[in-house]
Design a protein around this ligand. Structure first.
Ligand SMILES: *Cc1c(COP(=O)(O)O)cnc(C)c1O
Length: 398
């Protein structure tokens, strides 16, 4: 059997909408993108959404809109994708890399507090924090908002994995959609994310000034967007008010996004049932720790990350992945922590133990294939293969 790490779920609805757009002769940002933004705001419960060509662009615009300056510091987890920290470097600002919790891999609020205190003692100007909801499970936003209050931090949520994800503080509260307390939340529609436009992203906020700044900066710092300029209801006149970027999403991409969004709940249910089947089938495999499911969270199941109990195995994580690959199964690792990548390691002089939980988790984690159209048979095959690899590679000493 051949099971890829990810397969997007595309129906005739997406295909027909793209064809409709191509025939309409309006290919770039226009009515379909406006509609996508409107429906995304309604779905997520935000006042405003701005469609852009990646989540990385959304994060960059968010930091620009909150006024990040050169030499300021932004708290970023080490356990994340490149984008979360690189956008801080775009400003020549410093990402203060922090550790994660061992259970849900999300930011460890106590560790953040210690590292902020240290940074302040060294005279750093800590301006913002970018929590990442790893794999699609919302982190401790209550703890993060308390830190934000204490240290006067702007809060930008990297919700790349979270369309949709919900949380509440305890069982008597109503469910909140991800992004409901941060000032700006950013979503990814990259090909393997929960909903996709091929490449794409969204920046959402309830603050009118922030959305207006992001709108302007997403299109060359021009005070009016192209659609209004060139369509009948707009004027030809525009002004450049800042050196902006070119981050707008095309109507071709939004055509895909509109139908992916309308299917978001269905896609979520499909991923959830795949994840539940994995967890059920992995029961009793002592060498594997299934994903931790925090109380009061509705997981998006963008990722299904298992941990290996290395002391019970004679092979390491890399060899485990190779053996699954030999059986036709595509796995991934999320992630090599940022402080262990040459760029951050050399720039700030990190050793792995500086951020110990992330460094040690890295040796144990494997992201299994998980996509909406994955069949029961495929999930069974992956788990049977895991059982085979475990059985053939038990630690002889135990
Ligand atoms: C995928 C991802 C991004 C970047 O998304 P793009 O749309 O590819 O720019 C940012 N943060 C995290 C945590 C991601 O997984």
């Amino acid at each position: 059997m051949n099971i890829p790490f990810y397969k997007p779920s595309i129906t005739d609805d997406e295909i027909h909408e793209v064809i409709d757009t191509l025939r309409s002769a309006w290919l770039t940002t226009g009515p379909k993108t406006k509609q996508f933004e409107k429906e995304f705001s309604a779905y997520m419960g935000h006042s405003y959404s701005l469609a852009v060509n990646s989540c990385t662009a959304a994060l960059h615009l968010a930091l620009e809109a909150v006024g990040l300056k050169e030499n300021q510091t932004v708290v970023v987890p080490s356990m994340t994708f490149a984008a979360t920290a690189e956008v801080v470097r775009y400003f020549n600002a410093r990402p203060l890399l922090v550790d994660c919790r061992e259970d849900d891999f999300n930011i460890d609020v106590d560790d953040v507090e210690r590292r902020i205190e240290d940074a302040l003692k060294k005279g750093e100007d800590v301006a913002a924090i970018i929590p990442v909801h790893v794999g699609g499970q919302v982190g401790d936003m209550t703890g993060i908002m308390r830190l934000a209050d204490n240290y006067n931090l702007r809060v930008i949520e990297d919700a790349a994995h979270c369309c949709p994800a919900y949380y509440r503080d305890d069982t008597t509260d109503v469910w909140k959609q991800v992004g409901s307390v941060g000032e700006i939340s950013c979503y990814s529609f990259y090909a393997n994310k929960t909903i996709t436009t091929g490449e794409g992203g969204m920046a959402c906020t309830n603050d009118r000034e922030l959305i207006e700044r992001m709108q302007i900066m997403s299109l060359h710092g021009i005070s009016r967007d192209a659609w209004k300029r060139f369509s009948g209801d707009g004027s030809w006149y525009y002004e450049i008010i800042a050196p902006g970027f070119k981050y707008n999403l095309t109507d071709v991409a939004s055509s895909i996004g509109l139908h992916q969004l309308r299917r978001a709940d269905a896609l979520h249910r499909m991923r959830t049932s795949r994840a539940e089947l994995y967890t059920e089938l992995l029961k009793g495999v002592d060498e594997i720790i299934p994903p931790f499911q925090k109380e009061n969270r509705i997981h998006s199941w963008h990722l299904y990350v298992i941990r290996l109990r290395l002391s019970k195995l004679s092979i390491d994580r890399g060899e485990f992945i190779t053996k699954l690959k030999e059986k036709g199964i595509g796995c991934s690792v999320h992630w090599l922590p940022l402080h262990m990548h040459p760029y951050y390691r050399d720039l700030y002089g990190y050793v792995p133990e500086d951020i110990p939980v992330a460094a040690s988790l890295y040796n144990e984690i494997i992201s299994l294939p998980l996509y909406p159209d994955m069949t029961d048979e495929e999930v069974h095959y992956v788990v049977d293969s895991i059982r085979d690899v475990v059985a053939g590679n038990r630690n002889a000493g135990l």
